[in-house]
Design a protein around this ligand. Structure first.
Ligand code: C2E
Ligand code: MG
Ligand code: MG
Length: 735
């Protein structure tokens, strides 16, 4: 743009004398003075001119300084006079409007430059409404102080601010805000199009100022309704502290909230927030992550970790936790808390014979009955396969707990009907009461479990209270277990042999191998003390295998007509390798299977399991003889005798004791003997101690006897002697 020429005022005192009549009246002297005056005037003019030039130069300089000053400004600057004509604009202004820069000559009217610019398409906003747009733009000149934006044809956005100057003109400021606008647009896009629901809230009154589309569709409010709410209105609980307030950012992020949707449903939300300025006011941008599903899954997992999947009852973990909490609170109140440890009596048999589906139904049925037999305050948990525990608070007297135990046993004992099967189950219960029997969950459960063992050993369908000596007994058992492992490892256990005598001939037909444990401190430990521990701990398989191998090896060296009998625990049948253990023992020793007798008890046949019967048949097929031991002590069901073709029945010593004077026992022995005769089975009487018992047994026609009267169990070395003596006696008799 051409620079406008500065306007300078010429000094008012400059004399201008041009009158011709005055010149004629004073000819010569006047001429002289005229010349002097003229010279003076010329001098004045020269001086004035110099002054003018100096002033002009000065003005030029200040003009340049002003130009330089406004040219270095980053904003565009324009000066208009009161008529709206250009006076001056800076470089930035020309750059901003570079398409129209040729029009900005001083003196040119802004309205004209606008019009030309509009015609050339420099202002896309004017398209189609050119006159209107120009009028609006010019009207803004009369309302300076208001900011407005203008979009140019190259897409740039210019912020315009104008102010009146003292002489009625206008000074205009232009800022290129294109980048700012782009950032704003991308933020808007990021906000509006974000798939995460977002809200902008005012910081002062928590009013919702803006919401994105995702928030609208997620919460179900219309934009209008949403923007009428405060953030507290969508929080489900008034007790929840609002998201702003004094919380630190970490607190805001760490916390989750329950929000309420337009349809009233509740959702869990994690909120991420950031402070910002919105419409020039302090605000907070909230990103609302719906974590309802995650929370639900977490809750499900937490539930599963603490509950039993089948019955939905609390598991051992939760029970212990609840019990400990209860014990802490009752420690203060002094209330008693009872733990009832409950175990189903025949669950395994039901599960094995009728299948797991029925077993599961039974457990669910038991759960239902337990729940309906208990008070609301009592809690019940499933601890293991068929183990349940009940916790009863506010117990006054042990009788109350006994009453509950009896009620539970009765409820569980009622028949169940599943898939056409009528099932009868039963339960035994062990009871421990805090604080006397322990004041922490661990101890109480352990003691209740010990009481349960006692209840079971006393017969099914009963309950038993914990007694302190049970604990001592448990410790002894623990000691036995440790020592027994040691004894097995160091081959300390050994068989002793007790003769079986043919009652007709008096000849030894065989020996029963009975395990002996010489303990370095406790002397000879009887099997009755450690066999049950071995059975509980699974060590019985090692003990049983050892006895089989040793007995077969020893017997292989005895005369061919002498058998060996080995006791088997029902648990040895569970492992599944009993047949191969027996075959190995026979093979290694070279003993004929015909010389091996295996003694089993009725408990093995309780379950009538196919696997047990198959094993028994396979053993018998080898040629091994199978005896029914301790007959008469268990269920003594004749059906057991029918279920398997036994080779021998051993009458328990309790029927033999005092037989001569006990008519009932005699009747029993007589019937067992005749049963044996009918089935073609050898009948052996155990525990024969007196001659009277012996003669009675002989009179009843019993085949075989075993007992202290003949001999106690002896070490193998002594047996060899015994057999040698028998042979010598025989030889003598023959001779
Ligand atoms: P059982 O199989 O009935 O063995 C007979 C038990 O009666 C033996 O007791 C024996 O010493 C005892 N006895 C023999 N004659 C008389 C008598 O005249 N009077 C009295 N009062 N008792 C007599 P023991 O050796 O203490 O064995 C007890 C039980 O331990 C055995 O009863 C058997 O069930 C079990 N047992 C012994 N050894 C083994 C073994 O190696 N494996 C398994 N699984 N159990 C075994
Ligand atoms: Mg036996
Ligand atoms: Mg016996």
């Amino acid at each position: 743009m051409d620079r406008p020429k500065p306007k300078h005022k010429i000094k008012k005192s400059l004399p201008v004398r041009t009158n011709p009549s005055a010149r004629k009246a004073h000819a010569a002297p006047k001429l002289e003075s005229k010349a002097r005056n003229a010279a003076a005037e010329i001098g004045d003019i020269v001086r004035t001119r110099a002054e003018v030039e100096a002033a002009l130069a000065e003005a030029q300089k200040s003009d340049e300084r002003l130009r330089e000053a406004i040219d270095i400004l980053p904003q565009g600057i324009v000066f208009l006079d009161a008529e709206g004509r250009y006076i001056l604009c800076n470089k930035k202004y020309s750059e901003i409007y570079h398409k129209s820069a040729d029009l900005f000559r001083p003196g040119a009217y802004l309205k004209d430059t606008l019009r030309i610019g509009v015609e050339r398409g420099d202002y896309p906003e004017a398209e189609g409404r050119e006159e209107e747009w120009i009028a609006e733009r010019l009207a803004k000149l009369n309302r300076p102080g208001e900011r407005h934006e203008q979009t140019l044809s190259d897409g740039r956005v210019i912020l315009i601010e104008e102010r009146k100057t003292g002489d009625g003109g206008l000074i205009g400021l232009r800022v290129d805000i294109t980048e700012l606008k782009q950032r704003e647009a991308s933020f808007r896009l990021l906000f509006d199009g974000n798939p995460v629901p977002m809200i902008v809230c005012a910081q002062d009154d928590e009013r919702i100022i803006s919401v994105n589309d995702a928030a609208l569709s997620h919460y179900g409010y219309s934009r209008e309704d949403f923007q009428k709410l405060k953030i507290a209105h969508i929080q489900a609980f008034e007790s929840e502290a609002p998201w702003t307030g004094d919380q630190t950012k970490e607190e805001r992020v760490a916390r989750t909230w329950k929000h309420i949707k337009a349809d009233g449903s509740l959702i869990d939300v994690a909120i991420y927030s950031r402070d910002l300025t919105f419409d020039d006011k302090p605000a907070v941008l909230l990103a609302l992550m719906d974590i309802t599903e995650r929370k639900r899954a977490e809750a499900r997992l937490a539930f599963m970790a603490q509950h039993d999947g089948l019955t939905g009852l609390p598991n051992r973990i939760l029970l212990r936790q609840k019990l400990d909490e209860l014990l802490v609170s009752t420690r203060r109140s002094g209330d008693k808390v009872a733990v009832l440890f409950l175990d189903l009596d025949n669950f395994k048999a039901i599960n094995d014979t009728l299948g797991h589906a029925i077993g599961d139904k039974l457990l669910k049925g038991v759960t239902k009955r337990l729940k309906s037999s208990l008070r609301e305050d009592d809690s019940v948990a499933r601890l293991g396969s068929d183990e349940f525990a009940v916790v009863q608070a506010g117990v006054q007297r042990p009788e109350d707990v006994a009453f509950t135990a009896r009620r539970l046993i009765d409820a569980i004992g009622e028949p169940y009907l599943f898939d056409g099967h009528t099932i009868v189950s039963g339960a035994s219960i062990g009871i421990a009461i805090a604080p006397g029997d322990g004041d922490d969950a661990e101890r109480l459960l352990k003691n209740a479990d010990m009481a349960l063992s006692r209840a079971k050993s006393e017969g099914h369908g009963t309950f038993s209270f914990f007694e302190s000596e049970m604990d001592a007994r448990a410790q002894t058992r623990r000691r036995i277990e440790i020592d027994l492992r040691d004894a097995i490892e160091n081959s300390v256990l050994q068989p002793y042999y007790q003769p079986l005598v043919d009652l007709k001939s008096g000849r030894i037909t065989g020996f029963e191998a009975l395990v002996r444990w010489p303990h370095p401190e406790r002397g000879m430990i009887p099997p009755g003390e450690f066999i049950p521990v071995a059975e509980e701990t699974g060590l019985i398989n090692a003990v049983g295998g050892l006895m089989l191998r040793r007995a077969c090896m020893d017997a292989a060296k005895w005369p061919d007509d002498v058998r060996v009998a080995v006791n088997l625990s029902p648990l040895q049948f569970r492992v599944g390798n009993l047949l191969s253990v027996v075959m190995d023992a026979l093979k290694h020793s070279g003993l004929s299977p015909r010389r091996l007798e295996l003694e089993i008890t009725e408990t093995l046949l309780l379950d009538k399991s196919d696997q047990v019967l198959a094993t028994l048949h396979a053993l018998r097929a080898l040629g091994v003889r199978i005896s029914m031991d301790d007959f008469g002590t268990g269920y003594s069901s004749l059906s057991y005798l029918r279920s398997f073709p036994f080779d021998k029945i051993k009458i328990d010593q309790s029927f033999v004791r005092g037989l001569a004077s006990n008519h009932d026992a005699q009747a029993i022995v007589r019937s067992i003997v005749s049963l044996g005769k009918g089935l073609g089975v050898t009948i052996t009487a155990e525990g024969v101690e007196t001659e009277d018992e012996l003669s009675c047994l002989r009179a009843e026609g019993c085949d075989e006897g075993q007992g202290f009267l003949f001999s106690k169990a002896r070490a193998n070395g002594e047996i060899t002697q015994l057999l040698l003596a028998q042979r010598a006696a025989n030889d003598q008799a023959v001779a």
